[in-house]
Write a protein that binds this ligand. Structure first.
Ligand code: NMN
Length: 338
């Protein structure tokens, strides 16, 4: 028999190679912001993979870059229970309240030295979500909801290009939960509102409302067009993965393929935390996304475990908030900041 063309194995190998190349390029493009491939090359490889998958549907894998956007709109969202509840954070509105938080936890752990260390992270103004990975594969994503139960919005979250469909590790744990903030960049927010204005549609009040509303869209194709982004900030999993100190856990998320807000800083003392907060109050409007404060966490995981939680909040973290802007974006030039 004169069989021509590549064998099934060769085709499967090529599909796998294409997925890997595209995944690497997409990671460099969306997460690292450092493209490693020309768009035209990326688009050609993408089409080649699409064609292969179309001819051989059995080759499609759930982490294929072609599988980010589902075709079918949902009819509604299911309520799902979070594996571990998502607590909210206690707020502090000035340095005074920050110090009072510090004194409160120190009473419970009197032997901790003054320079035991804090990690400051910019608090992004978006929507909190939880992502579940099983053996490295994204299997579920949900909104925060009331912290105990949220809405299952996996198809929508899969459209976010900076969320890995597969964790970048050769030895993924059986399960891993990653939390973070889905948000819209300011550029994208403004573009969307310009488009909406042109079409006579109601404008989004702010990027947070736009992100939250987008996540509850029934049609993942609309979600994909909105181009949400994601910063990871917390990791839950089996011991080796959960027992990391705060700064190491953020580095771990980054090495797993997530975007982690790059301006985080380890601050040995509370004075440095206060400095970070005031430095960023001046600089935050230069960022391409909105931040409404600084999340301060204790660096030591052991201390976090020792302090635990109140009914509502972790004792080892606080959100230090900037005063809210008084007017919507369009009117900012007439807003008097006091
Ligand atoms: O929907 P995706 O596959 O993410 O592509 C959207 C656009 O972004 C395309 O025009 C593509 O060329 C571009 N892109 C480029 C790279 C690259 O490495 N140059 C990677 C991912 C997406």
């Amino acid at each position: 028999a004169s069989q021509t063309g590549p064998t099934t194995t060769a085709i499967a190998q090529r599909a796998s190679e294409l997925r890997q190349l595209l995944q690497q390029a997409s990671y460099a493009y969306y997460v690292l912001d450092q493209p490693v491939m020309e768009d035209a090359v990326y688009d050609r490889l993408y089409r080649e993979l699409q064609d292969l998958e179309q001819q051989h549907p059995s080759l499609i894998t759930p982490d294929s870059p072609t599988q980010r956007v589902g075709e079918q709109p949902a009819t509604g969202f299911e309520s799902v229970q979070h594996r571990i509840p998502l607590y909210s954070l206690e707020n502090a509105f000035d340095a005074e309240e920050l110090r009072s938080w510090d004194q409160r936890w120190r009473k419970l752990a009197p032997d901790v030295p003054a320079d035991a260390g804090y990690v400051c992270e910019l608090k992004i103004d978006g929507a909190a979500i939880a992502l579940s990975y099983e053996n490295g594969l994204l299997v579920r994503g949900a909104t925060r909801g009331d912290g105990t139960r949220g809405e299952e919005i996996t198809a929508n979250l899969r459209t976010i290009k900076s969320i890995p469909l597969r964790l970048q590790t050769d030895q993924p744990p059986e399960w891993l939960e990653v939390r973070g903030e889905a948000f819209l960049s300011l550029t994208r927010f403004k573009q969307l509102n310009t488009e909406r204005e042109k079409h006579g549609e109601a404008l989004f009040a702010n990027p947070r409302n736009a992100a939250a509303g987008t996540l509850r869209q029934l049609d993942p194709r609309i979600v994909a067009e909105r181009q949400l982004d994601f910063f990871a900030y917390s990791i839950q999993g089996p011991n080796d993965w959960a027992n990391l100190d705060q700064a190491a856990s953020l580095d771990c998320l980054q090495s797993l393929g997530f975007r982690v807000e790059p301006h985080r800083q380890t601050c040995p003392t509370l004075a440095e935390v206060e400095q970070y907060f005031s430095d960023w109050d001046a600089r935050r409007r230069d960022l391409p996304y909105l931040t409404d404060g600084v999340v301060v966490k204790l660096q030591s995981r052991r201390l976090q475990d020792e302090l635990g939680f109140t009914q509502k909040f972790p004792r080892w973290a606080i959100a230090l908030k900037y005063p809210a802007d008084e007017a919507p974006t369009q009117l900012q030039h007439v807003t008097v900041q006091v």
